[in-house]
Structure formats: structure tokens, C-alpha cells
Design a protein around this ligand. Structure first.
Ligand code: NAP
Length: 248
């Protein structure tokens, strides 16, 4: 089950957190791993080593997903190294939280540029080579916040809701070419991104999670693995919540 032997996966934001767990999960099932990251070389190297220890071939490429040229290069280099791209995971993301009244243009624009434009840039770069092969899996990491909204995260919620709209639209565009396009919407997951939350906020979040705990990066990676595998061939345009029931 879930055999990815010989497949090549590109994972953006693969150096840390959820992206690292996705790299490890796909590597463990036999995929070649191409991981993109923004600037943390040491973390990217560590992810590569963890994947190599699982028997995977790896390549790490530094680049800002908000830059269309960097995304084109990412996909080109992946194909040059491994011959094809079978799986794209658009995971890179940031937060710049503030209440709407105080939110600066820079806070709004940077989150949209990385989370929404970045996902578009990578999808656009990957879809043509996948269409030529008449197969592919595109999985984007949205958020429960993109479905429910969250005070203080207007920019982030807009970007993640946008990812869901793009996912469904692209799913319709490429379904006839054997490519599936889905999103995973995590709830609150224990990573660097949520590490910075004050204890009081964490407590109030926990009260809204029916399963009663924060999720792990591996919980999200398990969902991505399913959507990347042959076993999910008849699933497209869907948003899979990995949120302990928070978003239902
Ligand atoms: P994280 O621990 O902060 O890691 C972010 C990753 O994205 C890092 O690998 C970082 O690279 C990379 N990155 C950031 N900006 C980038 C850019 N412009 N270009 C390329 N790479 C970039 O975050 P996380 O918690 O794992 O979150 C991963 C994804 O899940 C994000 O899309 C996030 O919105 C989503 N998500 C997270 C949660 C949660 O509770 N944690 C919940 C819902 C959704 P460097 O290491 O080089 O900085």
C-alpha cells in the first residue's frame, strides 16, 4: 500500500515542520525528494539526511516561492535530476498576524505573496510537465483558518481560502489529463509556526478541538501521503481536514 517507488516529489518549505514530515513520509515509501526552502540551509540539510537515511535520493533547492522564476527553476531542476515530477506538494507558508485595523500593507502582501502566489507559481510550473506525462498529483497545504476564518489572521485566511479556490479550479482544468489536485487543511499543528503562540491562546484553541490535542506534523504528512498515492486516484478537488474535528 502507498508505494511511491521511482516517483519524484517536490515539496516546498520542506526544510522544517510539516514540510519536513511530508518529505520523510514520502521518502519512506520510496519517492525521490526535491525539497525547496527559503533560507534555512542547516534545516534543509538535516531533512535531506533524514530522507537519505530512509533510502531516498534527495535534492534541496533554495528559492522564494513568491518568485515565479524560482519556481520554474525548482521544477526544471527536479526534472533534470530525476527525469520527471510526479508529485507536487505546495506547503511553504508564513504568518504575519495582526488585527485588520492595525495590519500593514507589508504584512498583508507578504502572506499573500508566499502562501497564495507561491502556490500558484509552483502549480503553473509543474502542471505542463505533468500534462505531458498524463499523470500527476498536486497537493496544497491550506488551513482550517481558510475555511473558518480567524481573528487576527485576515491575510492568512484570505491566502488559505484562495488556495482552496485554486485547488478546485485546477482540479477541473486537469482532471482529463490524469492529474488530481487536492488540498489538506490542517488545524493547529505543533511546529515552529505555532510555537510562538502565548499559553492562553493555546489553551483557548484546545477547547475548540473535539479530539482535545494539537496535531503533529506527521498527522498532516499521513494525509498528504494518501493523496499522493495511487490509492487516491478517484479523489480530486477535495479539501481534507486534519484538525482533530475543529473545522467540522
Ligand atoms: P514552519 O515550521 O514555519 O516552516 C515553514 C517552511 O516554509 C520552512 O521550510 C520555510 O523555509 C518555508 N518557507 C517559508 N517561506 C518561504 C518562501 N517564501 N519560499 C520557500 N519556502 C518558504 O511552518 P509549518 O507549521 O510547518 O507550516 C507548513 C504549512 O502548513 C504552511 O503552509 C502553513 O500555513 C500550513 N499550516 C500550518 C499549521 C500549523 O498549525 N503549524 C496549520 C495549518 C496550516 P526555511 O526553513 O528556509 O525558513
Amino acid at each position: 500500500m502507498f508505494d511511491l517507488t521511482g516517483k519524484t516529489a517536490v515539496v516546498t518549505g520542506g526544510s522544517r515542520g510539516i514540510g519536513r514530515a511530508i518529505c520523510q513520509k514520502l521518502a519512506a515509501q520510496g519517492a525521490n525528494i526535491v525539497l525547496n526552502f527559503a533560507g534555512n540551509e542547516a534545516a534543509a540539510q538535516e531533512t535531506e539526511q533524514l530522507c537519505q537515511a530512509l533510502g531516498a535520493k534527495t535534492l534541496s533547492i533554495k528559492g522564494d516561492v513568491a518568485d515565479p522564476a524560482a519556481c520554474t527553476k525548482l521544477i526544471e531542476q527536479a526534472i533534470e535530476q530525476f527525469g520527471a515530477i510526479d508529485i507536487l506538494v505546495c506547503n511553504a507558508g508564513i504568518t504575519r498576524d495582526n488585527l485588520l485595523m492595525r495590519m500593514t500593507d507589508a504584512e498583508f502582501d507578504s502572506v499573500i505573496a508566499t502562501n497564495l502566489r507561491g502556490t500558484f507559481n509552483c502549480m503553473r510550473a509543474a502542471v505542463r510537465p505533468m500534462m505531458r506525462k498524463r499523470r500527476g498529483r498536486i497537493i496544497s497545504i491550506s488551513s482550517v483558518v481558510g475555511v473558518m476564518g480567524n481573528a487576527g489572521q485576515i491575510n492568512y485566511a484570505a491566502s488559505k481560502a484562495g488556495v482552496i479556490g485554486m485547488t478546485k479550479s485546477l482540479a477541473r482544468e486537469v482532471a482529463s489529463r490524469g492529474i488530481t489536485v487536492n488540498a489538506v487543511a490542517p488545524g493547529f499543528i505543533q511546529t515552529d509556526m505555532t510555537e510562538v503562540l502565548p499559553e492562553t491562546v493555546r489553551e483557548s484553541i484546545l477547547q475548540n478541538i473535539p479530539l482535545g490535542s494539537l496535531g503533529s506534523a506527521e498527522d498532516v504528512a499521513n494525509a498528504v501521503l494518501f493523496l499522493a498515492a495511487d490509492e487516491s486516484a478517484y479523489i480530486t478537488g477535495q479539501v481534507l481536514g486534519v484538525d482533530g474535528g475543529m473545522g467540522m
